[in-house]
Design a protein around this ligand. Structure first.
Ligand code: ZN
Length: 200
């Protein structure tokens, strides 16, 4: 896995965290390339909407249109099979959320390389939502996203410990789905899925 920064030599501390996440997870989670991008694309309409997000995962099945030149060069490199792009906003985040974001995207890499069945997770998440969390709008609860968030939660817990993770989850909602209840939902879902780790 290559970790690249744009511009070069920026954010060494975040590079170390990316490596730490990669070391914690199995090799199938790591993309061939990670880009830590300090550019601000929020007002740049020439690039894809993805570059206005916190982070995204790219692989060869996806488009290369409307991508900034320095990222396109990488995507065109035959050694680049999949890539995780991290935004300036993500880089400026506190460490625990940054690790969460990286681990979430790394799980998407894993999802593309392994064929995971989401049946059990889908069933359990629907049951839980129907039983206790109907206040949460159900639309952003896509099962691949839930799976990535569960993996991110596990990784953040193992790197920062239970106490720091619990404090973080109580203090602020997750940017991708900013409802405080969602973090509770995730924690309950994790418990409901325990014992099914192998299928996940
Ligand atoms: Zn995602």
């Amino acid at each position: 896995m290559q970790i690249l920064t744009h511009p070069r030599d920026a954010c060494e501390d975040k590079k170390i965290l990316v490596q730490q996440v990669s070391d914690y997870l199995e090799p199938e989670y790591s993309p061939s390339h990670v880009v830590l991008d300090h550019n601000d694309y929020s007002k740049d309409n020439s690039v894809l909407e993805d570059f206005k997000h916190l982070a995204f995962q790219w692989d060869r099945r996806k488009s290369r249109a409307r991508v900034p030149a320095h990222v396109l060069d990488l995507m065109n490199d035959h050694l680049c099979f999949n890539l995780v792009w991290l935004s300036r906003k993500a880089l400026e985040e506190e460490e625990i959320l940054f690790v969460w974001i990286v681990a979430h995207e790394f799980r998407h890499v894993y999802q593309t390389t392994k064929s995971i069945s989401f049946d059990d997770l889908w069933k359990k998440s629907r049951q839980l939502w129907h039983a206790e969390f109907r206040n949460l709008p159900s639309s952003p609860l896509g099962v691949a996203e839930l799976d990535a968030d569960l993996s991110a939660m596990q990784t953040a817990r193992s790197i920062f410990g239970v106490e720091l993770l619990t404090e973080f989850l109580q203090r602020r909602p997750l940017p991708r789905y900013p409802y405080q209840e969602y973090t509770l939902f995730l924690q309950r879902l994790e418990v409901a899925c325990r014992g099914n780790e192998k299928q996940r």
